[in-house]
Design a protein. Structure first.
Length: 77
């Protein structure tokens, strides 16, 4: 598996096998974020969704989760 120096944790670790989402954001995550940090985000996102009772069918809720994800991963793009 290829490695990269993650912009979130600054460690050289395994890269994601493929972009986790579509579009430019997915490409940015794939190029900058290591697999362990992405897995940490996935666990955290579930907690955020549950804590704030976000409904992923509501566009504003998806937008808020995406904003928090960018902040969490340090990719303010």
């Amino acid at each position: 598996m290829p490695t990269l120096t993650c912009t979130r944790c600054s460690q050289t670790r395994d890269a994601l096998a493929e972009p986790p989402t579509g579009g430019a954001l997915g490409q940015t995550i794939h190029a900058r974020i290591c697999a362990p940090c992405w897995e940490e985000w996935r666990a955290t996102s579930a907690q955020i969704i549950n804590h704030y009772n976000l409904n992923m069918g509501v566009p504003d809720h998806r937008q808020e989760l995406r904003r928090v994800m960018k902040e969490f991963l340090g990719i303010e793009a």
